[in-house]
Design a protein around this ligand. Structure first.
Ligand code: PHE
Length: 347
């Protein structure tokens, strides 16, 4: 205890009262600064005798150290308070329930399309895409379906209130077959002068439209066209490729196929392709899955190719029907009603 204790107490009180580091530095200046109270005391030593200087000097130094200790303690306290405040401001309530993002899933028909693309892709087929609003020439005429020919009424087509250069109505494509023409013409143009032309091997999946609606028909449905043209492509190749595709698609080596004679204006000869499962609820029943045939010479000519030289086959299948068979769905309309209870089952 000495007469300097009150000074230490005053400094401690001042430091404690400083709410911020900046104000603490001001308080420090009042005691330890150049004109501060401790400095004043040290200056006062000059007037004392050597003996007095020694004792008084030691007292002042001790006082100075105690004030410095009080200052450091307050600095540390302020820094900690600041950190606390910052942590509190940035705090996360880890007990809150997470915000969920609804996870989307693929539609069963999209899954089927991807499966078709993967299998044909593995057999060297390109995948092409084309317009859903088509010209009359692409949907019909180029496919050997002459204007006013009765074969056009095989499809109840939607027409668009807009005419093409030839003065004929645009249509919502009733099949993906116009993609045969679009793809083959682009291919022939790209390889003009290349002899022999690289083979055309393509599938064209997409939406198609017809005036049709019941449990197995919808005005919008899907098709996947296939086309393979070269110098030496035969009906045998169609059988091999399509059989391979169906067996892979349905994961069944005992699946049977039947090529049933039929008619399409753009193929000759033509065949419907039926399949029969070796087991399961549909065992032994013939189910139609595609139309097919050797591409008609008039169509090959419309591809911009010489029908005396290039030959091949085309097919058009229904991915909706394939999805129904694969997943055991009995009403096509379920695919298009967007009922999540139905759709979730596929994800
Ligand atoms: N476009 C035909 C249809 O929609 C299917 C088909 C495609 C037939 C290619 C033969 C060749 O019914």
């Amino acid at each position: 205890m000495n007469d300097l204790d009150p000074l230490v107490a005053a400094a401690s009180a001042d430091f404690a009262a400083a709410p911020t580091p900046a104000e603490l530095e001001n308080a420090k200046a009042r005691f330890l600064g150049k004109a501060g109270r401790v400095t004043e005391l040290l200056k006062g030593l000059a007037a004392l005798s050597p003996d007095e200087k020694k004792t008084r000097g030691a007292e002042i130094n001790q006082t100075k150290q105690r004030i410095e200790a009080a200052l450091s303690a307050r600095r540390a306290a302020l820094a900690e308070a600041e950190l606390d405040a910052q942590l509190r401001a940035e705090a996360l309530d880890v007990t809150l329930p997470g915000r969920q993002r609804g996870l989307g899933g693929l539609h069963p028909v999209s899954r089927t399309m991807e499966r078709i693309e993967a299998i044909f892709g593995s057999m060297g087929f390109d995948v092409a895409d084309g317009p859903e609003i088509e010209t009359d020439w692409m949907s019909f005429t180029a496919l050997n379906n002459p204007e006013n020919h009765p074969a056009r009424s095989m499809q109840d087509t939607f027409y668009v209130d807009m005419k093409d250069e030839g003065g004929r109505w645009y249509n919502l494509r009733p099949h993906t077959s116009p993609m045969q023409v679009r793809y083959a013409r682009a291919h022939a143009a790209r390889y003009a002068g290349v002899d022999p032309m690289p083979e055309i091997r393509v599938i064209a999946p997409g939406r198609t439209y017809r005036v049709d609606s019941d449990a197995t028909h919808s005005p919008m449905f899907h098709q996947c066209e296939g086309l393979w043209i070269g110098e030496n492509v035969s009906f045998k190749d169609l059988k091999v490729v399509f059989t391979e595709f169906c067996r892979k698609f349905f994961e069944s080596e005992d699946l049977r196929l039947r090529f049933r004679p039929s008619f399409f204006p753009f193929t000759e000869p033509s065949a419907e392709i039926d399949i029969a499962f070796a087991s399961g609820p549909l065992k032994g029943q013939w189910l139609e899955v595609a139309g097919s045939g050797q591409v008609h010479p008039n169509v090959v000519r419309n591809f911009g190719l010489d029908p005396e030289r290039y030959i091949g086959f085309a097919f058009g299948m229904g991915p909706d029907r394939l999805a129904m068979l694969r997943y055991g769905v009995n009403d096509l309309r379920l695919f298009f009603e967007n009922d999540l209870r139905f759709l979730r089952q596929f994800n």
